[in-house]
Each structure stands twice: as C-alpha cells, then as structure tokens.
Write a protein that binds this ligand. Structure first.
Ligand code: PLP
Length: 393
C-alpha cells in the first residue's frame, strides 16, 4: 500500500550536505577513497573539561526531565555568556535551551509567522531557513547575496523588500555558505530600516566565535532591537559539539512563553547532562576555541590559495565560519553537475552552491573543517580531475 502523506510534507526541503555525505559513504563502501570537504562540523574533539562536566552530571543524577526551557543554572550561564559576548543585558528568563539551535528557528517561525506573512532570508543561505519558512506557509522573500558585494546584504534591495507584510527577517553572520560577515554599519542600517516596520529579526549567530577579522557585532546590541530580535546560537560549532544537540535562544519573555509551549509539545526539554555541559563550555576556559579558530584560519588561507591556483576558479577570502564559496561558473554553469563530477571522478566531496538557493548557481561550497593534509590532497585531486575531464577553461 502506498502511504499518502500530509500536504505539508511537500513543503519541507532538506540539507544537501547530508545527501552528499551519504553518496560519499556509498562510494567509500565500494572501496573508493574520498576527501570530505562537504561536512559542516568541526573535526576537533569536544574539549575534555566539557566532556568531564557531562560525565560528572550523569553521575550526579542529571538524568531526568528539566523545565521545558532549561535548568535555571544553565539559562543563567547562557545569559551571562550572551551578555558578555554581545555587550547586552540578557537575563536567565530570556533564555531558552533547545536540542540544537535549529529548534529556535522552527519555534520562531511557528510562533510569529502566519501563512502569507513574509519572511526575508539570505540567498545563498542555510537551506533550512527556506525549508521551514515554506513549511509554515510564509511567503518567501530571499535576498540575494552577491560576490561583488562581498556576499553581504544589498541595503537598497533590503529596504525595497520590507513592507507591512514582512514578519521576520533572518540574518546569519558569519554566514553559511559564503563565510561573509555583516559589518557593524550593515547591521545598524538593517536595524534602522526594521524599526520602521513591525517585523522581528532572527539573528543566527551560530558561527559568531569563528570570525577571523573584526569583532562580531550583534543586532541585539543596537538600541531598541533586543526586544524585537531572537538570538539563535548554540554549542555545535564553537565547542565542536554538533552531536550533543544543545542550542539556545535569547528573546523577550513573551516569546519565551510560546517557545516553552512548543518545547512541551515536542522534545519536553534538552538533555539534562548536556545542559550541565553547556555551563562548563560557556563559562569555563576558552583556550580550545581560540586554538580551533587559529587552525581554521590557517586552513582558510591554504584552501583559498589553492583554489585560486586552479584555472577557472576564484574564491574570496572568507571572514568567518569554516566555508569558502568558490566561483566556478567559468568551468561549468551547472554547479550540481560539477560537484557530482568531482565526487564521482575525483573522490572529492563538496556541495553545489545551489544547495543554498538559486543565488548559489555557479559556485561550490568547500568546508575546511578537515586537516591541512586532506585539504591539499582535495585541491590536488580537483586540479587533476578538471584537467583530465577537459572541462576546465
Ligand atoms: C547557519 C547555521 N545555522 C544553524 C545550524 C544548526 O546548528 P545546530 O547544530 O545548533 O542545530 C547550522 C548547522 O550547520 C548552520 O550552518
């Protein structure tokens, strides 16, 4: 019998990264050697003091349900961390802990956006923005990020997109997949325009600790913006804790109440011992984050240099996150075709820019969350494959 699914399932998209990873794993099962430059997670181990805190918590009995939005001591740790890193005053009551920051995005859309309301999000951008906005019935308003504008918002285009139906604006800085960063002046201009409307902002700052130049600046720090903004962040990237599933949001207490209801109706709470580990991560020694970022910076310089050596490829130096979006339009106008070819023929896994929206056509995203040795080998294979299959210009 063929299962008939609910209409809403047609609206959901996916993350191509997981599909490419599965394809790469199939090739590996056949004995092929693959260089993984598709995966969006740090290749480092979770710092030991965080793992130890989790083990202690388990032994101390943190094995039960917690309040839906998190243990008060963990919410207090997030409030302290966010206040310190963003230069704002966040209270524990404004914090929601969730099993992965994605939930903050879903809950923000579910609680604020009615069908037909407009949601603005970056294109190229993290594919889950579009997928979930579509899922809640929003009218999609992608804003194109262009290479010639350093993959930042075009402020005139942004102002032109704003209208009385705009309900939510999604910002992401440092940015996946572009590695770009919104300057303080960009954020101030965005805030000024938003303040003329009734819209809310969801600021996805999951890569805020991985910024190589300048100081990260949050829209929550702009006077008047904290009340109408939801900060989305978590432990996944900064502390190499993707598998722990701990994200958090900071928002006004009215929205906290709605997120609490959504947590009660879905996960109940984030895992108790993971919340205790979050306290150790956020308030404990930060040297492992600094060391990881130093290594990422070296890899960034390496991969960008190597990419720019390949005929027909050019790549800008990303300012944050651990991705580089390389322009390959001169080699192949179909990014998906090219990424498939590189995987099948060259054993190098990367993502087509189109996995991040139409604006990604002509680009490939490389994650440099892999060793320098693997990056060198990946780039060598890419050069060799392009020469062999005679696609290169
Ligand atoms: C821009 C962006 N936001 C959010 C997430 C999700 O992170 P989490 O592991 O906290 O759900 C990712 C993960 O790749 C991401 O790239």
């Amino acid at each position: 019998m063929k299962t008939e699914f609910a209409e809403r399932m047609h609206a959901l998209g996916t993350e191509t990264a997981f599909e490419v990873l599965a394809h790469a794993r199939r090739l590996e099962a056949q004995g092929r050697n693959i260089i993984h430059l598709e995966i969006g997670e740090p290749d480092f181990d979770t710092p030991i003091h965080i793992t130890e805190a989790a083990m202690r918590a388990l032994q101390d009995g943190y094995t039960h349900y917690t309040p839906a939005v998190g243990l008060l001591e963990a919410r207090a740790a997030v409030a302290e961390y966010v206040s310190h890193t963003r230069g704002i005053t966040a209270t524990p009551e404004q914090v929601v802990l969730v099993p992965g920051s994605k939930n903050i995005l879903l809950f923000a859309l579910l609680s604020l956006v009615n069908p037909g309301d407009e949601v603005i999000y970056p294109d190229p951008g993290y594919p889950i923005y579009e997928s979930l906005a579509r899922f809640v019935g929003a009218t999609l308003r992608p804003i194109r990020l262009r290479e010639e504008n350093d993959f930042r918002f075009d402020l005139d285009e942004f102002r032109a997109l704003l209208n009385p139906r705009t309900r939510l604006i999604i910002l992401n800085s440092p940015h996946n997949p572009c590695g770009s960063v919104l300057e303080r002046s960009d954020i101030e201009a965005i805030a000024e325009a938003v303040q003329e409307t009734d819209a809310y902002v969801l600021s996805d700052e999951i890569y805020s600790r991985i910024q190589y130049e300048g100081t990260p600046y949050s829209i929550l720090a702009v006077p008047g913006m904290q009340e109408r903004s939801i900060l989305m962040d978590g432990l996944s990237k900064a502390y190499a804790m993707t598998g722990w599933r701990l994200g958090f949001g900071v928002m006004n207490t009215e929205i906290v109440e709605k997120m609490s209801k959504l947590m009660i109706n879905s996960s109940s709470c984030a895992a108790a011992f993971t919340q205790m580990a979050a306290i150790a991560a956020l308030l404990g020694p930060q040297n492992s984050v600094d060391e990881m970022v130093t290594e990422f910076r070296t890899r960034r310089d390496l991969i960008v240099h190597e990419l720019n050596q390949i005929h027909g490829v050019h790549a800008r130096l990303p300012k944050g996150a651990f991705y580089v979006l390389a322009n390959v339009a001169a080699i192949d106008s179909d990014a998906k075709h090219l990424s498939n070819l590189l995987l099948e023929e060259g054993g190098i896994a990367c993502l087509p820019g189109t996995a991040f929206g139409e604006g990604g056509q002509g680009y490939l995203r490389f994650s440099y969350a892999n060793s320098q040795e693997k990056i060198r080998e990946g780039m060598r294979r890419m050069k060799e494959t392009l020469a062999r299959v005679e696609l290169a210009v």
